[in-house]
Write a protein that binds this ligand. Sequence first.
Ligand SMILES: [Fe+2]
Ligand SMILES: [Fe+2]
Length: 169
Amino acid sequence: MAVKSTRLGILAEENREKRERIIELLEQAYWMEIETVMSYISCSVNPDGLRAQEVREALETDVEEELGHARQFAQRIKELYGVVPGSMAFRATQESLQPPERQTDILHIVRGVIDAESGAIEHYNRLIEETDGVDWATQDMVIAILRDEEAHRRLFEGFLRELEDDGAA
Ligand SMILES: [Fe+2]
Ligand SMILES: [Fe+2]
């Protein structure tokens, strides 16, 4: 139970509403990471062709990182007196990361990854703003995760540039 004291910051009883709002955003972040793990597993296995290897390897590494993010979000939900949701509450949204018709269509995957990373970056920026001055520990955690997503996006922007330069579009 939350203890009644302003000294307890986000864990204080009077901050219940703020805490519940943050938990909602953390749950959304948790599901985004879980879906990204699913999508990146398929995208790190399906692609064929000469261009596929770099993308596959990058996504294999990302799967582990995104799983690590999901774990951090889950842990933080619990620390804020929330309950990590069960799988029945999951709803998929990553349309742009569904397997392409041709498994040599690397551009489709690179664009899908950039899309997913952009969505994460947007949501985490929002979480950072919502926790500002209210929940420093969540904010600190999300800032570190945001940096990972920015790095992922940057890497895939480079892949996109090369593919477009080569006229693969
Ligand atoms: Fe992530
Ligand atoms: Fe990412």
